[in-house]
Each structure stands twice: as C-alpha cells, then as structure tokens.
Design a protein around this ligand. Structure first.
Ligand SMILES: C[S@@+](CC[C@H](N)C(=O)[O-])C[C@H]1O[C@@H](n2cnc3c(N)ncnc32)[C@H](O)[C@@H]1O
Length: 245
C-alpha cells in the first residue's frame, strides 16, 4: 500500500493537518488572492481536495466546484463541511492518475502539496496531462507546493507544535539527492502516541515549470505566495500556473 492509500493517516492526523486555522486561511486566500479569483459560475476542479479546504470557499464565491480525492474519510468531511456552509459542491472519489473530464474546467487547482505524490515521475506527468485535458481551451491550472528552494532556505529543524489537547512533532528529511521529501509526524494526545509518514517530490521552480511545459501548458509562470508576489528569496510557497492554449 502507498502512504496516501492508508486511511488511518487521514483519520488519525486529518484533524491536525486540516485545522480550523487552515480553513480560515483558505477562506481568506480565496477572497483576496488574484490567483484564485474566478467569476461566479466558473467550473473549478480541486484535485486532491481533502476535506474541502478550498472547495468550499470557492463554492461560496459562486464557482461550480468539483472536488476529487482518493480518501473516503476526507470526502466525508467535505460533505459535512459543505452542508454546514450551505453550499453545493460535487465530490468524486477517484485517483488523480485516472481522473480526466475533457474540456470541462476553467480553473484546476492542486493545493497544499497535493501534487508530486508519486515516486514514479511518469505518474506525476500523467496527472499534469489529465489536468491539461480536463481544462477548457484558455483554462488555467494552479499548483501550490512546498518547494525545494524553500526547504533549502528554511532548514529542516524538527518542529514541535501545540495542537488541541496534545503535541505534534514534525521532522522533515530530504531524500534521493533533493528530489523527494519525507515528513515524519508524531502526535501525542490523550496518553497515546501515533506516527505517520507523508512523502512527495521536492521540485524546484524551474523543474516544476519544465514539467508543465512538457505536459503541454503554455504561459507557465510562478509565484512565491497567494498575493501573486514573485518567487524570490522571500517566497513562502512555490505556486506554478499554466494555461491550456
Ligand atoms: C496534503 S492533502 C491536501 C488537501 C487539500 N488540497 C488542502 O489544501 O487541504 C493531499 C490530498 O491529496 C489526496 N490524495 C493523495 N493521493 C491521491 C490520489 N492518488 N488521488 C487523489 N487524491 C489523492 C489526499 O487524500 C489528500 O486529501
């Protein structure tokens, strides 16, 4: 089993990974970010939507959003959150390596390092080709990642974070000559310790832009944050955008 197929990761750690703070941050980004601005009625694909972190704020702003995810537990959370928010969203349980809906979307987003999950480079390329095919001509894809330059700049000292009723320890490790990254999580709560592992590709901006171009995207550019700031030494995220020509 691959790490992302293990539902105990999402049930055991979902609450701390997808916290109320992150939901509020997503809500603020969707209302302010020029990169996430869509006209009401626009068709948006949220690939690896998780518990609807971005799906729901986008739907609240009038987009017709489809959230795709492999985790039944996280999709259940998205259903509950959408009903609490009083918005309609479409959810599809699918593997992003297989999911294609040709010519359907104005915008496709992949948020919070939901891209580059597969150890095999060709499978990550396949996801990009699926996204390209699913966009309408002129539609855009936006990929938000923890990138290589940011990992190198910020260092990898273990982080200890207070979470509701417990403590979370996160330790990042660079793998395979700076091409992959692994996060080890330890959550101590209610006298219990749980561990989990998350692994993903570690792309530089140039590498990720090259992959989008190879997949057939045009007008590929990158940003260092959701205000559309440049990807420079102050970058907080690696955000790459491409267009279906
Ligand atoms: C780091 S989470 C991000 C979730 C959400 N985008 C957010 O911003 O909170 C990565 C998501 O990718 C999903 N995922 C992992 N492998 C997948 C696959 N093969 N196909 C579809 N979704 C997948 C996980 O279930 C999880 O919801």
């Amino acid at each position: 089993m691959e790490w992302f197929e293990d539902e105990t990761l999402w049930t055991g750690f979902g609450e701390v990974m997808f916290s109320a703070e992150r939901a509020a941050e997503a809500e603020a980004r969707v209302s302010m970010s020029p990169l996430l601005r869509v006209p009401a009625g626009a068709a948006v694909l949220d690939l690896g939507c998780g518990p609807g972190t971005y799906t729901i704020p986008l739907a609240r702003r009038g987009a017709a959003v489809t959230g795709v995810d492999l985790s039944a537990a996280l999709l259940d959370r998205a259903v509950t959150a959408a009903s609490a928010a009083g918005v309609g969203i479409r959810l599809v349980r699918a593997d992003m390596r297989e999911f294609v809906e040709p010519d359907r979307y104005d915008l496709a987003i992949s948020m919070y390092t939901s891209f580059g999950l597969f150890a095999d480079h060709d499978q990550n390329m396949r996801v990009l080709r699926n996204v390209l095919a699913s966009l309408k001509p002129g539609g855009r894809a936006l990929i938000d990642l923890y990138g290589k330059e940011i990992a190198a700049r910020d260092g990898l000292a273990p982080k200890i974070v207070d979470v509701d009723g417990g403590t979370l320890v996160v330790r990042g490790t660079v793998l395979a000559g700076w091409t992959r990254f692994r996060d080890d999580f330890l959550l101590v709560r209610d006298g219990q310790a749980r561990t989990a592992v998350v692994e993903h590709a570690l792309y530089s901006a140039a590498e990720l832009k090259g992959m989008l171009r190879e997949a057939g995207f045009t007008d590929v550019d990158c940003f260092g944050g959701f205000d559309g700031e440049p990807f420079d030494n102050h970058a907080r995220r690696l955000i790459v955008r491409g267009r279906r020509g």
